[in-house]
Each structure stands twice: as structure tokens, then as C-alpha cells.
Design a protein around this ligand. Structure first.
Ligand code: HEC
Length: 138
């Protein structure tokens, strides 16, 4: 039975390490929020960008975790167009390329989509927006 205290200590150490890792992640998420590119300001009118992933009170789906998510698949959001839902059903995901094309011209990328937004014309701002969307995950 002499091994038991050592295991206990190891478990505690592991817990401590995990706590630090999660705390650091949380802090970096908050820090990232402070440096949100200006191009994302317009999105907040219709989307929740926080890790709380709120749908209620927003016209569009929450965007936290949208990177590499299947298109039109956020369960808490009920207002997707058939266009986005069927793209997701056909296996399309939001990777850098699809997000970049969608944000360049939403209606061109997804005809019939409900996002009343003209897009981000400037390529550099668009790339920054995509980078930022990729940073928004747990
Ligand atoms: C006027 C409101 C409005 C604005 C402004 C807006 N969106 Fe949207 N967005 C929507 C709506 C509504 C949908 C759902 C579209 C559909 O289902 O056809 C959507 C869908 C999306 C999706 C697909 C999400 C998913 O779960 O599949 C992404 C990504 C997105 N918007 C990103 C953005 C970004 C980034 C911005 C800012 C640069 C932005 N939107 C600005 C209303 C808006």
C-alpha cells in the first residue's frame, strides 16, 4: 500500500497542471477578444461572438467554434436557410477557403442564404476576419 500516497500526489499534480492549462486558454481567449479586427464589428449586430454561443436575441447563429464546423449545423440556432443546411448535409464545412469565399460575397457563395450582409471587400480585412474566426474556439 506504500504506492497509494504517491498516486494521490500525482493525481493532484495532474489536476494542478490541467487547471493552469485551462486558465491560460481562457485568458488567451479574452486577450484575443480585445484584439478583434474592425471588420468583425459589423457581425456583432447579428451574431454572438462570445464563447457563450448565444442564439436568443440574435438574427444569425453564434460564431464561437465555427471553424471546421459543418455548414448550417449549430444546434441552438433555428433560423438557417435551406441553402446552408443542405450544404452542410452534403459534407461541406467552414474551413479557411469556404469562410473566405462566404465573407467575400455571401449571396454568391450561398445563393438564397439569409445573411443580409454585403461581404468584406478588402482582402486583407477578410483574411484577418477568417483568422479571428479560427481563434474563436475552446
Ligand atoms: C444582418 C445580419 C448579419 C450580419 C451583419 C452578419 N451575418 Fe452572418 N449570418 C446571418 C444570418 C441570418 C445567417 C444564417 C444564414 C442562413 O442560414 O442562410 C448567418 C450565417 C453566418 C455564417 C454561417 C454559420 C453557420 O453556422 O453555418 C457565418 C460563418 C457568418 N454568418 C459569418 C459572419 C461574419 C464573419 C460577419 C461579419 C463580417 C457576419 N456573418 C455578418 C446574419 C448576419
Amino acid at each position: 500500500m506504500s504506492g497509494t500516497p504517491a498516486w494521490g500526489a500525482r493525481a493532484l499534480l495532474l489536476l494542478a497542471v490541467l487547471t493552469v492549462v485551462f486558465a491560460t486558454k481562457r485568458e488567451s481567449a479574452i486577450a484575443a477578444g480585445e484584439h478583434q479586427p474592425a471588420s468583425l464589428r459589423a457581425c456583432r449586430v447579428c451574431h454572438d461572438l462570445s464563447s457563450e454561443k448565444k442564439s436568443q436575441g440574435f438574427i444569425g447563429p453564434p460564431l464561437w467554434g465555427v471553424a471546421n464546423r459543418s455548414i448550417g449545423s449549430e444546434n441552438s440556432f433555428a433560423g438557417y436557410s435551406e441553402t446552408l443546411v443542405s450544404m452542410g448535409a452534403h459534407g461541406k464545412i467552414w474551413d479557411r477557403r469556404t469562410l473566405e469565399r462566404y465573407l467575400a460575397d455571401p449571396r454568391m457563395f450561398a445563393p438564397g442564404c439569409r445573411m443580409a450582409f454585403t461581404g468584406i471587400a478588402d482582402e486583407k480585412s477578410r483574411m484577418q476576419a477568417v483568422d479571428y474566426l479560427f481563434s474563436m474556439q475552446d
